[in-house]
Design a protein around this ligand. Sequence first.
Ligand SMILES: C[S@@+](CC[C@H](N)C(=O)[O-])C[C@H]1O[C@@H](n2cnc3c(N)ncnc32)[C@H](O)[C@@H]1O
Length: 114
Amino acid sequence: MSEIADQRRAADASEAPAPARGRAFNPLDWPICTRTPLRYGVLTAWLGHVPFGMAFMAMARPRRLVELGTHWGVSYCGFCQAVKELRLPTECTAVDTWEGDPHAGSIPARCSTT
Ligand SMILES: C[S@@+](CC[C@H](N)C(=O)[O-])C[C@H]1O[C@@H](n2cnc3c(N)ncnc32)[C@H](O)[C@@H]1O
């Protein structure tokens, strides 16, 4: 939790935490990736990517995020969770055709209306 606070302070100071030079990529340099996704439990193949997605937000600290392919909102909520918890200055937008694709299959109407 204190590492999250460190990331918040770094974000507040407009300075992302930098991993030690010369070390291999270590996900634990980005402790936001250990947070439980808020939409954990919603069945989507994207769930396993959420930790990296949140870590990526901490690394990139983008001014704008546009997600293409929102479906159940698991990944999008993960990005937004990182923005909120790290207090990033990121404007988030989600876009979907709601037509589905070979991975998601067809999207039930309730998905695009809830
Ligand atoms: C595998 S699902 C995404 C899962 C989602 N990220 C989540 O966490 O639940 C892929 C989504 O991409 C959308 N999609 C496919 N082609 C698209 C396009 N050209 N523009 C926007 N969305 C698209 C589909 O409708 C589908 O909802």
